[in-house]
Design a binder for this molecule. Structure first.
Ligand code: T4K
Length: 391
């Protein structure tokens, strides 16, 4: 067995893209000169830019997407005790956001190919107690939005999208952001467009946007009086400065991710049981997550073993999203109706997926090294070699 390529510096999955740091400093200096540090002109500009990209009439920036989902859900009338259908295969924030406002996430399965919830799976868990559906555009690949919209409309429940991964992707040629009652983006440091921490609720519904805007600021409405039990979910000016800087290079970031995706696809081609997840054919994708699936039966080695080998070689791969939310501690003891014991596709995916480093922090040489580690690991397994196992 040849030596595995070893990286001296860790390769992170969520290494932030920085963009033009000179521009960032200029924005921050301007904010300091104005002595306007939060929820000011930079946030307004950021909101305008995001609304333009999403093709929506309104954008309300928030301190992160988790709180953004809470505001959007509350603004849609989701109350404590209300049941909201969510996919089990997502980052736990989707479910936690609902739990934190007292709503009850009801987990449904996803489609194995797209990793997204779909109307057939939603229908299986839909009940008279359902008060909302929260889809997730997992890894930036849009949900099947039209059938979900039809289903939600037929049952008279609001449809929301957790679009934390979705900025810049399209569904039937239209940008993610303008679907359902509202969609919520994340600009966490690990997202391809980041604002250190941040999120945004986008919608075409003026009243909904006004409710979210008020709730974001202690429930204070446009006339300056408190109209609802709000919170403090405001974005600050430094975050907006980073967001604007990031947006300034968004197209280059997508291109870098697309380039990396091709390099991974080439580098991993022909390795038994290993495949790179793809995006919706014919649509624009942001490619911000590079996800491989390792089918243990075909590869002769489990995803977790490949993960361990990569970690030992300083490639800090991540098991997004393992385990499914329905199997996480706060949810798995819930009644079967809310957290089914078995959601076959979500569980199969959770056993196979591995996120690998992408973005501007890696180039062709690093990707070739990562692919080589995976290739040698799978080959060693199929040759029956134990050399890479264990310690
Ligand atoms: N819905 C979905 C579907 C989501 O995926 C998320 C968040 C949300 C909702 C909620 O959005 P926010 O409320 O966060 O806006 C990360 C992120 O914290 C989280 O934002 C993201 N999804 C999730 C998929 O991944 P961790 O715990 O894996 O991240 P962390 O901080 O350990 O970072 C990952 C890697 O990135 C590490 O190897 C270190 C590296 N890193 C990280 C940071 C923060 C850096 O190199 N520099 C950095 O500044 O959750």
């Amino acid at each position: 067995m040849p030596e595995l390529p070893k990286f001296d510096e860790p390769l992170h999955v969520g290494r932030p893209n920085i963009g033009d740091s000179g521009e960032l400093r200029k924005h921050i200096d301007a904010a300091l000169d104005r002595r306007w540090l939060t929820d000011g002109p930079l946030v307004r500009e950021f909101e305008e830019r995001i609304a333009e990209l999403a093709g929506t009439a309104h954008c309300v920036a928030t301190c992160n997407a988790t709180v953004g989902i809470q505001l959007a859900a509350r603004a849609c009338g989701i109350e404590p005790g209300d049941e909201v259908i969510v996919p089990a295969f997502t980052w736990v924030a989707t479910a936690h956001a609902l739990s934190w406002i007292g709503a009850v996430p009801v987990f449904c399965d996803v489609d194995e190919e797209t990793a997204n919830l779909f109307s057939g799976a939603v229908e299986k868990v839909l009940s008279p107690a359902t008060r909302g559906i929260l889809g997730v555009h997992v890894f930036g690949r849009p949900c099947p939005i039209d059938p979900l919209t039809e289903l939600a409309g037929r049952h008279g429940v609001p449809l929301l999208f957790d679009a934390a991964h979705g900025l810049g992707s399209t569904y039937q040629g239209r940008p993610v952001g303008g679907f359902g009652e509202a969609e919520v983006f994340s600009f966490h440091a690990t997202k391809f467009v980041n604002s250190f921490e941040g999120g945004a609720v986008v919608t075409d519904n003026a009243e909904l946007a006004a409710r979210v805007r008020a709730m974001r600021n202690f429930g204070i409405g446009a006339d300056g009086t408190v109209e609802s039990p709000g919170t403090n979910a405001k974005m600050n000016e430094a975050a907006a400065a980073m967001g604007l800087t990031s947006l300034g290079v968004m197209d280059e970031l997508i291109e870098a991710n697309r380039f990396n995706h091709e390099r991974y696809a080439e580098g991993l081609a022909g390795i038994r049981g290993v495949r790179v997840r793809t995006q919706e054919p014919g649509e624009r994708a942001n490619h911000q997550y590079l996800i491989v699936e390792i089918d243990a039966a075909a590869a002769g080695v489990h995803r977790d073993h490949v993960h361990q080998v990569l970690m030992r070689q300083n490639v800090l791969s991540r098991r997004y999203f393992y385990p499914g939310c329905h199997q996480l501690e706060p949810y798995r003891a819930r009644p079967e109706r809310h957290a089914p014991q078995s959601l076959a596709n979500s569980e199969a995916l959770a056993e196979r997926v591995l996120a690998l480093p992408t973005g501007t922090a890696v180039g062709a040489a690093e990707i070739a090294g990562v692919c080589e580690i995976i290739r040698l690991t799978v080959e060693a397994a199929s040759a029956g070699s134990d050399r890479l196992r264990g310690g």
